[in-house]
Design a binder for this molecule. Structure first.
Ligand code: SF4
Ligand code: SF4
Length: 408
């Protein structure tokens, strides 16, 4: 985890306040930027050596892409999301962040689907090993949503704080600049409020922006959380935030919480799932689940991977780490066979890991409530409904014992 991100863990909302000396930038300051000054911020991040990426519209979805100014951001773009459904619609407004998360999150920027671990080649009869992970410029993320930043915090626990840190991931995270934009309009599949991961941004960012658009104009309230955030804002025009700006932020977040229609009761849920491994709901969901793995591909916290060696015709060998999915049969291959050969066992593994055993492993939830697995499941399976169904009938067991029905 980034050193300054550790400092951020101790920040709470009350530390971002307005002081009379807020004509100067400092960690903890809250200031206001005009919309057009985002372009100045983006340019300054480029001058500091960052590759700046933000939300862009591509192939009918909001996904991360290179941004050079406000014109590249999804102005007036809204989304419609439901189980098994995602589409963009154009609104009448000029807002830039009036959408919830799309299929492409920030995980691939730090933990790519394919990552070369090393390359071996023959040079003058010697085997030469090279690692190329130092070559990318540091990334500036402009406009991650709070649940996505929370998901990066979850990945940090796994990929940095675990027994075997991923040095490529750690390096990218360490050098990155994170500007989070708080959510004003959750979609119908969001439940970040239940998972304590939104709609407000709490930790893990350098600056937190809230888009405000009211009688006082279209602007961004900016909370500065780190020295890196102070550096990024040098030379960017701003004005001190006043109490109206702070109230507008509170109202925006209250509206977002009120608009969230999907919820998950998490109290005791980890224990409920752990003691219901024979619940008939697993059979029910297996009858609908296609084992396609879409949910794991879009999930911002799924981290499973395989390692394989690839050779090319020049004789080079590339050791590559690639994403893996617990929905593939091979993923549970052990000693001559898969230990999770059925869809029922694989869905149960995925969901109980997210909501239950992740707590045992990492002392955190493996789910941040982004809802992507609901929107991008081709048959609309909803993790909140499946987990709630089990919680409602805690203790129910399958009619037939697993041994009488074949393998789990
Ligand atoms: S399990 Fe689903 S809702 Fe939870 S973080 Fe992953 S994709 Fe988002
Ligand atoms: S729950 Fe949905 S997205 Fe996940 S593997 Fe099953 S069908 Fe695919």
């Amino acid at each position: 985890m980034r050193e300054d991100a550790i400092v951020l863990e101790s920040h709470d909302a009350s530390q971002f306040d307005r002081r009379d000396d807020d004509t100067a930038l400092r960690v903890g300051a809250t200031v206001v930027l005009r919309v057009e000054d985002l372009t100045t911020l983006i340019a300054h991040l480029g001058d500091l050596g960052y590759e700046v990426k933000g939300p862009t519209v591509r192939a009918g979805a909001v996904v991360p892409g290179p941004v050079r100014g406000v014109a590249d951001l999804p102005r007036g773009v809204h989304d419609v999301q439901a189980p098994g459904e995602y589409r963009l619609v154009r609104g009448e407004d000029d807002r830039l962040f009036e959408w919830a998360v799309g299929p492409g999150g920030w995980k691939p920027e730090f933990f790519p689907a394919h990552d070369d671990v090393w390359r071996a080649s023959i040079d003058a009869g010697e085997v030469v090993l090279t690692e190329d992970h130092h070559e990318r410029p540091p990334l500036a993320v402009l406009g991650a949503r709070p649940c996505e930043v929370a998901a990066l915090g979850v990945l940090d626990r796994v990929l940095i704080e675990g027994e075997h840190p991923d040095i490529r991931y750690a390096e990218r995270r360490d050098h990155a600049f994170i500007a989070v934009v708080e959510c004003a309009t959750p979609s119908a599949i969001c439940f970040c409020d239940s998972m304590n991961a939104g709609p407000d941004a709490r930790a893990g960012f350098d600056v937190a922006l809230t888009e405000l658009d009211d009688a006082r104009g279209h602007r961004f309230l900016v909370r500065v959380a780190t020295a890196r955030g102070v550096d990024a804002l040098q030379g960017v025009p701003f004005s001190p935030a006043n109490t109206d700006d702070l109230s507008a932020r509170t109202e925006s977040l209250d509206r977002a919480r009120g608009a969230m229609v999907r919820h998950l009761a998490t109290e005791g849920l980890a224990e409920v799932l752990a003691r219901n491994l024979e619940h008939p709901q697993w059979t029910s969901v297996a009858e609908r689940c296609l084992s396609c793995g879409n949910c794991t591909l879009v999930c911002p916290t799924c981290f499973c991977s395989d390692v394989r060696d690839i050779t090319d015709l020049d004789g080079d060998v590339i050791r590559q780490r690639t994403w893996a999915s617990c929905f593939s049969v091979d993923h549970s291959y052990l000693h001559g066979g898969a230990v999770r050969p059925t869809t029922k066992s694989r869905y149960r593994q995925w969901m109980t890991h997210k909501l239950s055993s992740w707590w045992d492993q990492f002392d955190a939830s493996g789910c941040v409530g982004c809802g992507r697995c609901i929107a991008w499941c081709p048959v609309g399976i909803d993790i909140t409904q499946e987990a709630s169904a089990i919680a409602r009938s805690d203790g129910a067991t399958s009619v037939a014992l697993p041994s009488a029905r074949g393998p789990l």
